[in-house]
Ligand binder design. Structure first.
Ligand SMILES: *Cc1c(COP(=O)(O)O)cnc(C)c1O
Length: 384
């Protein structure tokens, strides 16, 4: 049989069939109470098995090429349930240094009380991870491309290293989205998404997802039921609707980001562009190997005479917001938003400068986006 492609999976896989009226789309089942006798399954929202929750989970498992998936009320609910269900007191875990700020906070603040120890790799290269592995290490947790510098970790190399030491691997695949990268193809065990970002894509849903083998998902599920980070049926329905357009959204975002990266790379008021699609990116070759597209995220370093706060204020189309990955283009100043909770030392260790701006490319006309950035750069020069 021919393999079904992601565009078709996004549209058709995991729909609730409307048997009563034969409507074209999935009906929403808002019930929190379901009959329990003579049924194959005891349904309840916190068990993550109501009709809309179950169907969108099947869709997400299929697009990430996993056996099973579960969904959550936020990305952090997915991150925390995945990690805690795979770790016990006395265990050690290796994290990539440049992980999402919220995940880093969770690890630093909460792991101590569970008796779990951890190390942050000094960089994205295989040797940096190897150096952190100890006798009691149970797993490796990565993110690629990373936030906000779009550094690339070689998924295949990490999964080989982990397998040789009998460790599990987890990846936060939020930035790439399943359109640009399927980590399971490279041997990664557990894939996590903040579905608040590309999977949702319209800046109107908070959700998370974990995709893996049936066995591992069962393990995460047992804890998830107790932690209770439930996704509402309405959000599950919105998520299903949103994923239908995931491939065309993300491809346009890839295209716009690539064009912006090339344009800004030549701009006299920008000192550096971080984008894995640029040949000058230090891990462009690894990105070529593991990504189908280079994503909608890029970051830029403004020249010393451009004021980052003025630059954000003077943008007319691109909105300065905390989040990312929506169909509207947005900009963010990591130092005072996404990476605010990090110490100066931690920001420095991740290479996050005072002049760094992160951009999330939307689906507007790229000409308008270029003009918006160009105009704002010109009027945001420091007076002195
Ligand atoms: C936003 C984000 C998260 C957390 O997701 P929430 O839905 O905000 O809980 C985790 N990882 C990455 C890479 C993110 O961008």
């Amino acid at each position: 049989m021919n393999e079904i492609k992601i565009e078709t999976i996004c549209l058709h896989e995991g729909a609730v069939t409307d048997k009563q009226y034969k409507g074209a789309i999935s009906p929403i089942y808002m019930s929190t109470a379901y009959q329990f006798n003579d049924v194959e399954k005891k349904r309840y929202p916190r068990y993550i098995n109501t009709p809309n929750q179950q169907c969108v989970s099947e869709k997400i498992a299929a697009i990430e090429k996993g056996e099973a998936a579960i969904i959550f009320g936020s990305g952090m609910a997915a991150v925390s349930a995945s990690l805690l269900s795979h770790l016990s007191s006395g265990d050690h875990v290796v994290f990539y240094n440049d992980i999402y700020g919220g995940t880093r906070n969770f690890v630093k603040k909460e792991f101590k009380r569970y008796g779990i120890s951890y190390s942050f790799s000094s960089g994205p290269n295989l040797e940096d991870f190897k150096a952190c592995i100890k006798e009691n290490t149970k797993g490796i947790y990565i993110e690629t491309p990373s936030n906000p510098l779009l550094k690339i970790v070689d998924m295949e190399a990490i999964s080989k290293l982990a397998k040789s030491k009998n460790l599990w691997t987890m990846i936060d695949n939020t930035f790439a989205s399943p359109v640009n990268q399927n980590p399971i193809d490279f041997g990664i065990d557990i894939v996590i998404h903040s579905a608040t970002k590309y999977l949702g894509g319209h800046s109107d849903i908070s959700a998370g997802a974990v995709i893996s083998t049936k066995n591992r998902i069962e393990k995460v599920y047992e804890l998830a039921k107790s932690l209770g980070g439930t996704l509402s049926e309405f959000s599950a329905w919105l998520l299903e609707r949103s994923i239908k357009t995931l491939p065309i959204r993300v491809r346009q975002q890839n295209e716009n980001a690539m064009e912006l990266a090339n344009f800004l790379n030549e701009h006299s008021l920008i000192s550096k562009v971080h984008y894995p699609g640029l040949k000058s990116h230090e891990n462009h070759k690894i990105a070529m190997k593991q990504m189908n597209g280079f994503g909608g995220m890029l970051s830029i370093e403004l020249n010393s005479n451009v004021n980052p706060e003025f630059f954000l204020k003077n943008l007319k189309i691109i909105k300065p917001v905390m989040s990312l990955a929506g169909i509207e283009s947005t900009a963010n100043y990591p130092k005072s938003t996404s990476h605010f909770s990090l110490t100066d030392e931690e920001r420095k260790s991740q290479g996050i400068s005072e002049k760094l701006i992160r951009l999330s490319a939307g689906i507007e006309s790229v000409t308008d986006l270029k003009n918006d950035i160009n105009n704002s750069l010109k009027i945001s020069l420091d007076e002195n």
